[in-house]
Write a protein that binds this ligand. Structure first.
Ligand code: FES
Length: 352
């Protein structure tokens, strides 16, 4: 697994998809093409200095791997500093710092397969699903795709015309149902939210589904996977779109002369450095405070970019939405979520 890296990429196209969402396309120079190869469902982390602060946010790729350029959609969220900036400031020709693709959500097309896919997306949760739909329908001529797309109203549907174009291109293999919460439609089943009860009834009308994709905010992520598994779908892929910040460690200052709660030795790119960690502080925050440039993105336990292995001592993680059981068993942790619980810990970012 290659470690993620930031490179400077040029914005070659910019389009306002809805009143509060912008789609940015980045050009990848030939020399960097191998580093930016991705599977549908992965995301990019963008980095910018906004009001003097180094900020990073992750956005799912909505382009398919064989399309020219990398495309992400950024929906403006209330109080969201990065998304507000991204919707207003970048222009075509500007350059941005963009991390190589990351993420475990998604699936690689298999040309020989004849599979049935169902996706349940809400709001900007459509972005990785769009990439998956394009890649799977083009790459698996024998497969079908059912999309259930939840939004407030017709004018808030992201990629509405692109989804319509796909429907026309794959008439017999792509079925699209928009579920709207604030706009009455003729079919009662398509009014309201994509909650567990509705999804149970919608999924019951489908032919046997091999893979289901669930992309949306917390309540959807909590309710739907169990329902889909219960009705017999063998593979359920989940991508969380809003972080749960409850209990997440925060950067904590250490008063001059005060004893830190722990000393963490950080191994990164072959070098070793010791940093003090305050009581309740996450290792990545302590390292950043000490001026170390370590990989991170969501700081919400979702993206796995801050993954490292604890090779000495113990830590406690607040949340984990991305590490697999085998990684936990092998000692890997999310350093954005990890507080040391022993006086000394050694954390190795170079272990894969
Ligand atoms: S930075 Fe995303 S899981 Fe830690």
């Amino acid at each position: 697994m290659a470690r993620p890296r930031f490179h400077t990429l040029r914005v070659t196209a910019l389009r306002h998809d809805t009143a509060d969402a912008v789609v940015l396309t980045f050009e990848v120079p030939d020399a960097l093409k191998p580093a930016y190869r991705f599977t549908p469902g992965q995301y990019l982390t963008l980095r910018a200095e906004i009001d003097g602060q180094d900020m990073r946010r992750s956005y799912s790729l909505c382009s398919a791997p064989d399309e020219p350029g990398l495309q992400v959609a950024i929906k403006r969220v209330e109080g969201g500093v990065f998304s507000t900036w991204a919707n207003a400031v970048p222009r075509v020709g500007d350059t941005l710092s963009v991390m190589t693709p990351e993420g475990r959500f998604g699936l690689t097309p298999d040309a020989e397969a004849g599979r049935c896919f169902a996706a349940f997306a809400a709001g900007s949760g459509i972005t990785p699903v769009l990439s998956l739909m394009k890649a799977l329908l083009a790459g698996e001529p024998g497969s079908r795709f059912f999309l259930f797309n939840g939004n407030r109203s017709t004018d808030s549907i992201m990629f509405r015309s692109e989804i319509e174009d796909l429907k026309d291109r794959y008439l017999s293999r792509l079925s699209v149902f928009h579920v709207l919460s604030r706009e009455e439609q003729d079919i009662p089943m398509l009014n309201g939210h994509l909650d567990a009860d509705k999804v149970r009834r919608l999924a019951a009308m489908l032919p046997p589904v091999d893979h289901a994709f669930v992309c949306g905010p917390q309540p959807m992520i909590e309710g739907l996977p169990a329902v889909l598994t219960e009705i017999g779908i063998p593979h359920v892929h989940v991508e969380r779109f809003t972080p749960s910040v409850d209990g997440r460690p925060r950067p904590v200052a250490i008063a001059a002369g005060a004893k830190p709660a722990a000393i963490a030795t950080i191994i990164h790119e072959g070098s070793r450095v010791e940093i003090p960690v305050a009581e309740g502080e996450a290792i990545i925050d302590a390292a950043l405070r000490a001026g170390r440039n370590l990989p991170f993105s969501c700081k919400g336990g979702m993206c796995c970019t801050c993954r490292a292995k604890v090779v000495e001592g113990k830590v406690e993680m607040a949340v984990n939405y991305s590490l697999e059981p085998w990684e936990l068993a092998a000692g890997f942790v999310l350093t954005c979520q990890s507080r040391p619980v022993t006086e000394r810990v050694v954390v190795d970012f170079d272990q894969v």
